[in-house]
Ligand binder design. Structure first.
Ligand code: FBP
Length: 548
């Protein structure tokens, strides 16, 4: 494939490893750990891997000794910038420990392990992918690795290839399953270590011990560049309201980070909507009031950021979606009806409250709520055009306000959805360094002989050379949650904290940004140049560190 000039120049970038990982390391054990909640139940479910200590790597004065190892790697779930560098770091790490080590990549996600689809990742292949975006080196997929039969099928190929360690690069669900797999392989004496790596642009795999998931930094910088460009256009033409939906399956971290970077007129945070028990109409009225206040000053333009998961956080919509999921799951013939018959069927078969909410929605959006479910029977929120739903309802509300003499402006909305534009971007310096170090660190965890750990780097606000490397037992992040009707051990998803500093900073400024145009234009990610331009972490990470 032909390479761009940036790709060629960027291939030579050498990620900056934490100082501790630049030579031989030794693993120092901390105190035994506990899960964040439900300790007794989780200890029972993980008899072989519960309570393990945190690990910290320190420089080892003795030379590095390690035996050769065959390692498998899997990319799981949605793409996130930097995935290739995790694999490159892992490759370089196992080769440094012993040059005869080998790396195998399972193809198209966890399904590749179960179906025995793999390639050996040699130095030639690895060198093609250094510092590039995307997951195309081996592909990714959303097959859930959770059943004993899958684990056993996977073990067949691991044994065949002499693989004694598996690295799973994924989000909260994939790392949950990595811990279950680690426990199972340990229980049956399979002789296979399992190590996780924290990935997702959504930024919702983080907690006291995992400071950030990779990909969030680059993706939010790409979206912020685009939002900044739109704001400059909107400020120049002064005639459009831009409704911009941003990815993030449930948490609003992406929208909040982009708001902190670009200072839009409006940004909705789903977690706040839920906390205040707001209705869809409350959100619409809030936006319409800002549109009207700006119009009164002659400013008939603006930007509105909307998190992808918003509608599932609005209590009335949540209840509607839950009943719809159920209704559609039990009516297999639904998809064979025409659009009008589907609408009639839904309105007639929902409970009175939910039926009223459904009927009140613009027809296009109501229809989107009944489209195909994902493999788990859930609405695919990224297909729902929340940005159009809101702008249409804001338009209606403004007409009511006009009739009441409270609005006298012009409202011309435009719509955008930013998600795929950022998921495969060339990783920022932060993500290039973070991912490479996560992979390299995973190799050190393998060499330390542990299983059921997630690769961990802390102190991320500091330059990468000062990051602290180690491993966290995944079971430490567990609590019990109801999933598909059953209580299951899972990693707690990190939602935006309304009492956290990132949200508080935004909340303190938003009234000013709403009325007095205060746009910031971050511009494109810079890979070469001064550190204050190229190496800055996200504002979210910056403010979160103020909380510590
Ligand atoms: P992960 O949590 O798997 O990293 O995926 C995140 C995400 O990008 C969400 O923001 C988005 O809702 C979803 O993936 C879309 O995934 P897909 O393209 O597979 O529908």
């Amino acid at each position: 494939m032909k390479k761009s000039a940036l790709q060629i120049a960027r291939a030579a970038y050498q990620p900056k490893l934490p100082v501790t990982l630049t030579g031989a390391v030794m693993a120092v054990e901390g105190a035994p750990t506990q899960s964040v909640a439900d300790q007794e139940e989780i200890a029972k479910l993980f008899p072989n891997t519960y309570g393990m200590p945190e690990l910290r790597f320190e420089k080892n004065p003795n030379p590095m000794v390690g035996k050769s190892v065959n390692v498998g790697v899997i990319l799981s779930g949605g793409q996130a910038p930097g995935g290739h560098n995790v694999i490159c770091g892992l490759f370089d790490g196992i080769k440094r420990i012993n040059k005869d080590s080998r790396l195998y990549g399972f193809l198209m996600g966890p399904g590749g392990l179960v179906d025995h689809k793999y390639i050996e990742l040699t130095a030639d292949i690895i060198d093609e992918y250094r510092n590039t975006g995307g997951f195309d080196i081996i592909g990714s997929g959303r097959t859930k690795l959770e059943k004993k039969e899958q684990f056993d099928k996977g073990l067949e190929i691991l044994k065949q290839l002499g693989i004694s360690a598996l690295v799973i690069i994924g989000g909260d669900d994939s790392n949950t399953n990595a811990a279950i797999l680690a426990e199972y392989y340990k229980a049956i004496g399979a002789g296979v270590q399992v190590i996780g790596c924290p990935k997702t642009i959504d930024g919702d795999l983080k907690n006291e011990v995992v400071e950030a998931s990779f990909g969030f930094d680059t993706a939010t910088k790409v979206y912020s560049e685009l939002i900044g460009n739109i704001q400059r256009d909107c400020f120049s033409a002064k005639k459009y309201w831009h409704f911009i939906k941003l990815m993030g399956r449930s948490a609003s971290h992406i929208a909040l980070e982009c708001a902190l970077q670009t200072q839009p007129n409006v940004c909705i945070i789903s977690e706040e909507v839920e906390a205040k028990n707001q209705t869809l109409q409350d959100v619409v009225n809030y936006i319409a009031d800002i549109v009207a206040a700006r119009a009164a000053r002659g400013d008939n333009f603006g930007t509105v950021l909307i998190p992808e998961g918003l509608i599932e956080f609005i209590p009335a919509m949540k209840s509607l979606i839950a009943e719809l999921n159920d209704l559609l799951a039990h009516n297999a013939d639904f998809s064979s009806l025409d659009a009008e018959a589907q609408r009639k069927f839904v309105i007639e078969n929902l409970s009175a409250d939910n039926s009223a909410v459904y009927a009140s929605l613009p027809a296009g959006v109501a229809r989107q709520l009944t489209l195909d479910r994902d493999p788990h029977g859930n609405v695919q929120v990224s297909l729902i055009e929340t940005e159009k739903l809101l702008s249409e309802m804001v338009g209606r509300r403004l007409e009511e306000m006009r009739a009441e003499g409270k609005y006298n402006g012009k409202f011309s909305p435009l719509h955008h959805f930013f998600g795929y534009e950022g998921r495969c971007a060339a990783p920022s310096n932060f993500d290039a360094d973070y991912c490479y170090a996560l992979g390299f660190n995973a190799a050190c965890l393998i060499n330390a002989g542990v299983t059921g750990y997630i690769s961990s780097l802390r102190n991320l606000k500091k330059p990468s050379v000062q990051w602290l490397a180690g491993g966290i037992p995944i079971s430490m992040m567990f609590n019990m949650e109801r999933r598909h009707g059953e209580m299951k051990p899972v990693i707690q998803k990190a939602l935006v904290r309304i009492d956290g500093t990132p949200f508080q900073r935004f909340a303190a400024k938003r009234a000013d940004w709403a009325i007095n145009t205060q746009y910031v234009f971050p511009g494109p990610i810079q890979y070469f140049g001064p550190a204050e331009v190229c190496d800055q972490p996200t504002k979210t990470l910056h403010y979160e560190h103020l909380d510590k």
